[in-house]
Design a protein around this ligand. Structure first.
Ligand SMILES: Cc1ncc(COP(=O)(O)O)c(C=O)c1O
Length: 377
């Protein structure tokens, strides 16, 4: 049987990884500035993480959500402590799309409405409502397009107001720093007003922190730069450092009911062990502070390079925008300089999403390589 061919692949076959480096079958060493799409938070092969997962599987790896699993309660408490989000309950699932799907569904259960407001260039996943709320018609099948979604630009609060006044909007979903869409960030004033409008019209505000969460922005959640308390917060990626785990933080005003949500795999013992160890290592190794410091260092270096037209994002969720398409440049970086970077729907933008353990010396390696390549342009 062959593989269903949906991914264009780089000619690299990693078989080992350590902290910020990935090694291929020919012992080539690559600097990982992509983190497997913002997934690697505490570094590849973190010893504490491995031990936690191994210890857990030696006890019990999985059982369904029909039994008590105190690890889920422990994770909920530690997540509240780490994020300062105390007014929420936790529902666990297994991916970012699933987290958003559940968030959109919860909002609809809560206010009995069904239209979604999403934003230009948004990416929220590939399942039913999540993909419908994603601003990319190429990945929305006819079955998904039945969902009622209105896309609006960031920072135009009057347009949001006009829609919310119609009283059929259930949720507004936003990324505090856009990922796939290319690192745009909404203004503080816009989000603060959006928050107030959602309250006024009883619309659920969903913060999609799947990519920007778990410390990547330098704060625990990217939305924490604003003065808001979203009704629902969604998590995945960095939450498990590669173990497939997602979560939904649900404001206490939304009341649970048996059967309202459910999943077989979500919140299993191994997923909890993985996520608990990620939280432990973020705190132990000051990774949020590191994301801020190394992110600022990166931004300062990037701003000194003329050929970079725009430096976007914050913390270790960054983008470099050029006035040319970057596909060839990224190939050069990977094949000639052994550096992984990310792309985005903006073809002129390189995305930088390294493990949060990255140091300034690694950033220097990247800029040295980048300067060599930019000289050829
Ligand atoms: C902001 C955001 N939301 C949701 C998702 C979907 O997550 P997953 O691929 O785990 O379903 C992604 C994935 O890139 C994302 O960046």
């Amino acid at each position: 049987m062959n593989l269903f061919d949906v991914y264009p692949l780089y000619e690299v076959t990693p078989n080992k990884a350590k902290d910020v480096f990935v090694f291929d079958e020919n012992q080539n060493k690559y600097l990982d500035l992509y983190g497997g799409h913002a997934v690697i938070s505490i570094g590849h092969g973190n010893k504490y993480y491995i031990k936690s997962i191994v210890d857990q599987i030696n006890k019990i790896g999985f059982y369904s959500n029909a039994i008590k699993n105190p690890l889920q309660n422990e994770l909920a408490v530690k997540l509240a402590n780490a994020s300062n989000c105390n007014n929420y309950s936790l529902f666990m699932c297994s991916s970012g799309a699933e987290a958003n799907e559940n968030a959109i569904k919860l909002a609809s259960f809560y206010n009995n409405k069904s239209r979604i407001i999403s934003f230009k260039n948004a990416f929220h996943g590939r399942t039913s409502a999540a993909v419908a709320a994603t601003d990319n018609p190429n990945i929305v099948a006819p079955i998904n397009s039945q969902q009622k979604v209105t896309f609006l630009p960031f920072n135009e609060i009057d347009k949001v107001k006009i829609e919310l006044e119609k009283n059929d909007v259930s949720s507004v979903i936003f990324e505090s720093i856009q990922g796939v869409g290319g690192l745009d960030q909404p203004d503080k004033e816009f989000i603060n007003n959006l928050y107030k409008l959602c309250k006024k019209y009883d619309v659920c505000l969903i913060a999609d922190e799947v990519q920007s969460g778990f410390g990547r922005s330098g704060d625990f959640f990217g939305f924490q730069k604003f003065k808001i308390e979203p009704d629902i917060i969604t998590l995945a990626k960095g939450m498990g450092n590669g173990f497939p785990v997602g979560g939904v933080l649900i404001n206490r005003k939304i009341k649970p009911k048996y059967g309202m949500l459910g999943t077989t795999y979500g919140g299993n013992h191994l997923a909890c062990a993985a996520s608990l160890s990620v939280l432990h290592q973020i705190k132990e190794n000051n990774l949020m502070e590191n994301a801020k410091v190394v992110g600022d260092y990166f931004i300062n270096k990037a701003k000194k390079i003329d050929k970079i037209k725009n430096v976007k994002g914050r913390g270790l969720m960054l983008g470099l925008e050029f006035d040319f398409e970057v596909a060839e440049l990224r190939k050069k970086l990977i094949y000639d300089h052994k550096i992984f970077t990310g792309g985005s729907s903006n073809k002129k933008l390189i995305r930088i999403l390294p493990p949060l353990t990255i140091k300034k010396e690694h950033i220097d390696i990247f800029f040295k390589a980048l300067k060599i390549e930019l000289k050829k342009h």
